[in-house]
Design a protein around this ligand. Structure first.
Ligand SMILES: C[S@@+](CC[C@H](N)C(=O)[O-])C[C@H]1O[C@@H](n2cnc3c(N)ncnc32)[C@H](O)[C@@H]1O
Length: 388
């Protein structure tokens, strides 16, 4: 429904009406817009008024309006509109340029800083980046990924999807402490940041784990690995985009209800954990995702079928050779939504190599890292991978 400004005794103004005033530049329209601004209460309409004022020609009046209102308008949404005007008008008018700086420094807010960085990036970079593909064959890197990924060119990977070791939950993990574990994970994320192309996604599958009790008289510790991953991901130069829940059938997970079922005592409740987190992050950069998408033509679009929510119902897969393999269906969805045909895609903790297998099926070029020789041999059983 069209937003209409409503308060008692006030003439009603719609967003469309204000937009039309903004599109026609005239002193008369500017006068009306300046009069409407203090009287209108609806924030959407008010925002449109600010934007329409910014489109007008009389720079002195616009400058005075922003200077007099930006620090006391009460809504950051209005401040952003006023700042936007300063950015655009600041290209040719020093006064707006200085006012914009003043506003940015005064509020010192992450949105204004991002607006500033995006705006100036756009001014200095052409719209289309032509990318030349660095790798054309599947690659297997044997050894610790922190070392082996140094062989991969910076900015050459278009997607990273992985399931890191879940601290000491499985036989292939043996860290002295949780702190050591997070330090090691962060080293991997930092090298991942180097090889990932600007603006592309890194997707991590993790879930909380519980340590074994050293005896009946001690409490077990439950580690919220996904919360701690958020911290090391952001410290490594990625920002949060989405959290998808991978939901498994309840019959496939460990039953934790036993104690409560017996006693029905409050506090003894433990739900069965049927979800794992799929943490979707993007590499920090000064441009919108549109720019990443614009590198591909329209023939790369997906089919009509898609998952509309962030809950993906997928049964887990068991594998006699590896204790924690991805279900292929999970890899298919990740590759479908977060990469294009022909992209180079990386799994730094490859295990049995499920992600690589699906990537090849879906015409992507996988790079897999694995430090366990047995799993490496499993991955390259068919000699498909080049080993660097
Ligand atoms: C959770 S498993 C991945 C399973 C995989 N998603 C699959 O479908 O088979 C994690 C794997 O990371 C490997 N790993 C752990 N630390 C590593 C490191 N620093 N460099 C390379 N591989 C590592 C382990 O050997 C283990 O196979």
């Amino acid at each position: 429904m069209e937003n209409i400004s409503l308060f008692e005794g006030e003439k009603k103004h719609s967003v469309t009406e204000i937009k039309n005033l903004g599109l026609n530049r005239s002193e008369e329209n500017l006068k009306k817009l300046l009069e409407f601004f203090p009287a209108v209460t609806d924030i959407e309409v008010k925002r449109e008024i600010v934007s329409s004022i910014g489109r007008q020609n009389n720079n002195q009046k616009i400058f005075d309006f922003i200077k007099n209102n930006v620090y006391n308008c009460g809504f950051m949404d209005l401040v952003y509109q006023m700042y936007r005007t300063c950015l655009y008008k600041g290209r040719t008018d020093e006064n707006f340029k200085n006012l914009g700086e003043e506003i940015k420094n005064f509020f010192n807010n992450e949105v204004l800083n991002k607006m500033h960085d995006y705006f100036f990036y756009k001014q200095t970079h052409s719209r289309k980046i032509l990318r030349e593909k660095k790798y054309s064959k599947p690659i297997l890197l044997r050894g610790n990924n922190v070392e082996t990924l140094k062989k991969i060119e910076k900015n050459s990977v278009q997607l990273i999807f992985t399931s890191p070791p879940y601290y000491n939950a499985k036989i292939y993990s043996n860290y002295h402490s949780y702190k050591d574990y997070l330090t090691d994970m962060k080293k991997t994320l930092e090298i991942c940041h180097e090889v990932l192309e600007d603006g592309r996604f890194i997707i991590i599958n993790v879930s909380p784990v519980i340590s074994k009790r050293p005896g009946r008289e001690f409490e077990s510790i439950r580690y919220p690995i996904h919360f701690d991953f958020h911290k090391i991901l952001t410290e490594s130069g990625f920002y949060f985009v989405d959290e998808i829940q991978w939901i498994k059938p309840e019959s496939s997970v460990k039953n934790r209800n036993g104690g409560y079922q017996q006693t029905k005592m409050p506090l003894s409740y433990k739900p069965n954990c049927i979800n794992e987190s799929i943490m979707v992050y993007r590499k920090n950069c000064n441009f919108l995702l549109d720019k990443n998408i614009a590198m591909y033509d329209k023939t790369f679009a997906n089919d009509e079928i898609f998952d509309s929510s962030n809950c993906w119902y997928i049964a887990p897969t068991a594998n006699k050779n590896h204790p924690a393999v991805f279900p292929k269906e999970l890899c298919r969805k990740i590759l479908k939504y977060y990469s294009f045909r022909g992209d180079v895609v990386l799994d730094p903790f490859a295990g049995s190599g499920t992600f690589g297998e699906v990537a090849i099926e879906m015409k992507r070029i996988p790079i897999l890292c694995e430090q366990n020789e047995f799993y490496c041999d499993l991955i390259n059983g068919g000699n498909i991978y080049v080993q660097l």
